[in-house]
Design a protein around this ligand. Structure first.
Ligand SMILES: Cc1cc2nc3c(=O)[nH]c(=O)nc-3n(C[C@H](O)[C@H](O)[C@H](O)COP(=O)(O)OP(=O)(O)OC[C@H]3O[C@@H](n4cnc5c(N)ncnc54)[C@H](O)[C@@H]3O)c2cc1C
Length: 330
């Protein structure tokens, strides 16, 4: 089956692209990411599924819970003749048009592609972060999502690694459950916005360990987190911090492995775009966090999803009218 466009991903960028292409009568196919597969693949709805209060998405005077916002976006988009495959795309061929996208053994063809695969949390790189079935403590006290796992740490002491907005947000959220939250940061100042810094620093339950990294997570042999070995990067001294949970909040990796070698990525793996949402391959557009390492907000992701949809529609209209300059100007 051939589609005018296939949208890969269903965060704010993907749903907005679906809404616009659907309303434009393009009958898009959206591959939505399916059921979340834990730490690295968040599944349908994307990153806001692991968020509580969203206060900065226009239109919601008193804010809205992340999963509720994504459910509304989905329902709104699916009103307009959008076909959905509830799974992940595992292979893409952009070498010629029509483009081909595989979901397992099934393949789909399209005249344009809209990539909206977002980003995933980064890990420190310690062996103990791996999932329990691989001998680590992932899911057994090590997490990258306070909203998902904070509940399990009621009355306990936990640590958060990171110094950005996400780390502060996670730390503040965790104080709803944990008795003490220690933020471990490799520098002596935070990267987080002033308002988030203030919120964390004003919170009596949050403590800071500066210039330090986590060197070891104890204790895989016990099957749970009991303590962290920290190393001070200035003095080289090590210390042990007793905690029952570790939340890693050190940033995100764009979900672009699927496209590597087929379109231009920057040195950190983000899709390079020009004219806002055009990728290096004619007919392929990218929107949201997968091409935006700077703003990484729901509203900017949704805005670029709108741009990708409009550009895809105009591109196809121009081709239909025999206007080949659309290829030359790419
Ligand atoms: C803890 C936290 C709190 C946040 N709070 C806010 C906030 O208050 N306000 C705000 O504006 N922003 C907030 N953000 C940022 C916001 O969530 C992101 O900027 C936004 O979700 C990006 O949207 P996106 O559509 O680009 O990508 P994502 O939301 O990352 O969605 C990507 C989608 O692509 C899918 N996908 C990935 N690979 C594949 C594949 N191979 N096949 C099919 N599907 C695939 C995923 O499953 C997912 O559905 C927060 C983020 C986090 C992590």
């Amino acid at each position: 089956m051939k589609y005018s466009t296939i949208i890969i991903g269903s965060g704010p960028a993907g749903y907005t692209a679906a809404l616009y292409t659907g309303r434009a009568g393009m009958k898009p196919l959206m591959i939505d990411g399916g059921i979340g597969r834990g730490q690295e693949l968040l599944g349908a709805g994307g990153q806001l599924m692991i968020t509580t209060e969203v206060e900065n998405y226009p239109g919601f005077v008193h804010g809205i819970q992340g999963p509720e916002l994504m459910q509304i976006m989905r329902e709104q988009a699916l009103r307009f003749d959008v076909e959905v495959v509830e799974d992940i795309a595992n292979q893409v061929d952009m070498s010629q048009r029509p483009f081909k996208v595989w979901v397992g053994d099934a393949s789909y063809e399209s005249d344009t592609l809209i990539i909206a695969t977002g980003a995933s949390a980064k890990w420190i790189g310690l062996p103990e972060e791996k999932p329990a079935h691989e001998g680590g403590l992932g899911g057994k006290g090590v997490s990258a999502c306070a909203t998902c796992d904070g509940f399990f740490f009621r009355g306990r002491e936990v640590a958060v690694v990171g110094g950005g907005d996400t780390a502060m947000e996670e730390a503040v959220y965790l104080t709803n459950h944990a008795s003490k939250v220690t933020v471990i940061h490799r520098r002596d100042t935070l990267r987080a916005s002033k308002i988030m810094q203030k919120r964390a620093m004003d919170n009596q339950k949050i403590h800071f360990v500066w210039d330090s990294v986590v060197e070891r997570i104890h204790d895989p042999a016990e099957g749970c987190v009991t303590a962290l070995t920290l190393r001070n990067l200035k003095s080289g001294a090590t210390s042990v911090l007793p905690v029952q949970g570790l939340f890693v909040a050190i940033g995100h990796k764009p979900n672009t492995d699927l496209f590597r070698g087929q379109l231009d990525l920057d040195e950190t793996g983000y899709i390079v775009t020009h004219h806002d949402v055009r990728t290096s391959v004619c007919g392929v557009f990218a929107c949201g966090d997968v091409q935006d390492s700077e703003y990484r907000q729901a509203i900017s992701a949704a805005g670029s999803g709108c741009m990708a949809a409009i550009q895809a529609e105009r591109f196809l209209e121009a081709e239909k009218a025999g206007d080949t300059s659309v290829h030359g100007s790419w």
